[in-house]
Ligand binder design. Sequence first.
Ligand code: ZN
Ligand code: ZN
Ligand code: FE
Length: 764
Amino acid sequence: MAISGAVLEGRRIEIHGTVQGVGFRPWVYRTAHESGVTGRVHNDAAGVTIEAFGDFAALERFIARLHIDPPPAARIRTFQQSPIPAELEGDFVIVPTVDAGAPRVSIPPDLATCKQCAAEIVDPANRRFHYPFTNCTNCGPRLTIATGIPYDRAATTMAPFEMCPACRREYHDPSDRRFHAQPNACPVCGPRLTLHAFTGEHIGVDDPIAAAAEALRCSMIVAIKGLGGFHLACDATCSDVVMRLRERKHRDEKPFAVMVRNLASAETLAVLGDEERRLLSSVERPIVLAPRREGSALAPEVAPGNTMIGLFLPYTPLHHLLLASVDAPLVMTSGNRADEPIAFRNDDAVARLGDIADLFLLHDREIEARCDDSVAAVIAGHGVVFRRSRGFVPRPITLSRPVARPILACGGQLKNTFCFAAGDSAWLGPHVGDLDNLATYDSYRDGVARLERFLQIRPEIVAHDLHPDYLSTMYAEQRPEAIHVPVQHHHAHVVSAMAEHGLPGPVIGLAYDGTGYGSDGTSWGSEILVAGLASFVRVATFRPLPLVGGDRAIQEPWRIALALVVDAFGHDLPPAASALFEDIADAEIGLVTDLLRTEMPLPMAHGLGRYFDGFGALFLRRRKASFEGQIALEWNQIADPSVLDAYPYGIVGSGNPSQLDLRPAVWAAVADTVRGATVPQIAARFHNTIAEATAALVRRVVSEYGRLPVVASGGCFQNARLAESVRAALAPEHDVRLHARVPPGDGGLALGQALVADAITRGD
Ligand code: ZN
Ligand code: ZN
Ligand code: FE
């Protein structure tokens, strides 16, 4: 390469972040060639190091371009440059990887199909025309096919596929987009699709995708092997097949996610803002919740009674080809039976899904690690990840303060994820699900062991929830590590939000959650804490409600509604209140009131979620919830945004914790019905009451502790209306920090546990 007559200079550029396994070095290589610099690039333990030589102008051009258009999946965390002595090099080269050192940076998340690969598979002249396993260094499977470290082909489930000469040439050519693309494949040498009957029997067809598409158009249910597990797919515009899928899957009303061909198609089904569009097309490709468009082609059974719909775009070539061929939105729900982990192996899928699916679209590339689809939504104008899994895991979260010793945090019971932390990074594991059956527990243990192996972390500290009966707590107890740190549930939530915003504490933490085991051994629910990393003070909570029948009360929220009105009015209900229970049999009401009357201690709930259930069931007249949070969701969605006033409430007690008393709101809401208020008006006033009461509680805390940053965490803050109205009620004095990359619900709990355990064990 010609070096101009100007003075030759040298620069060392060190780039840290997610820069390995994402096509970074080939991109640096091309950029160097195009900018006219020479030198070398290599991977090292912390990231990528470049030594570049050229005249001042060429180097500046090169460095500017490094900042402008890095590969889509790369995340540059730090970029440092320093002058080095100039060397007269003939070329720019990629140097083989220097000793792996800390291999923990080496496995990236799975990446959605890039634009170039998507274009190749629809180009009849391309050798990968219609090839469903096309990928390159910018896209394709990663974590879900990795069997070991370091991440290269031999340690993936692509190992049995020997590359053909054409693929091998690409793989070894630094100027090629497939240079060191570990899952590189083509129709000659790579994995293949096959079509199977529900019995598993192979069905010989020329084009399995076209055949599956035809079956989907004819209202069949097809189980499709994806990236991190199986999906059950059907035509989302056809009520009959969606209902059949619900029956066979034993899933009553919980919404199904829908995959659409592209953004334009998404717009026909939902009302999208810029942030929804950005999330939908992001390289992580989460399911994005958005308001459903009225009169869309979607069958109502996809998300019964729900004003929101979960949409996502194709993220593998198989999805692209299938969606193009079907040309209709598809329900794509996790391939599992209720409560079990998602199926990910062919034989297992046929065994478990054979009586749900009519057909199987399988392939011979093994999925090594299951990884569910991620879920996100827009709250207060910003994307919030509700479920952080495929596409995100195992990308680390950077900590503002490094942990002193490596930590494993075991997470909670529901929507479990675990977390490893070492140095300035924390790795949340994939979504495991509810740890209430053996299959999920096994999947949890496998997941912990796998990530531990991949990251090569030897934890010295194990953090876990205070609850003695959580399976994650029991797992923690079996771990060999010497130091075990129990962490209070709501404290962990608040600290997960502090971690996200790099706050050292103290903060005022709004932990509005379902339930969590309290430091006093009772069940806590929605709490306001003044929290540091190592400790907290519980400054406010909600007046407890008795749960008649324990978990049954959550499945039959009319029981909570009855407890709510009995708590407010006593046992002699005014006619306006008893009228709200007309459609429930006297005998059933008698049973619950008897229990409420006895001296027997009932489990008490402090959770705002239960107030949502109670108010919702009362005024929506809903007896049952077919999934947890269903009533709360409806109650939220029905609220009339134009209603701005609120009900009265009380704050009881001057010590800690003070108690938010919502009985005045119950009185006012029942009186509202007498005056003819509509349900959407009552729902809006309820939401406004919670927001105003929260602001009042925060003001009390400030009067005692001074002004502190306010963070909001806990599952209730997945409710956009609640989060937005709490933010509005506290503005402008306080800028309430919401979650973004870390789930507000229990999916983010483990991150908080890890940081609390770190702080406690260093003696903060
Ligand atoms: Zn690609
Ligand atoms: Zn090939
Ligand atoms: Fe929680």
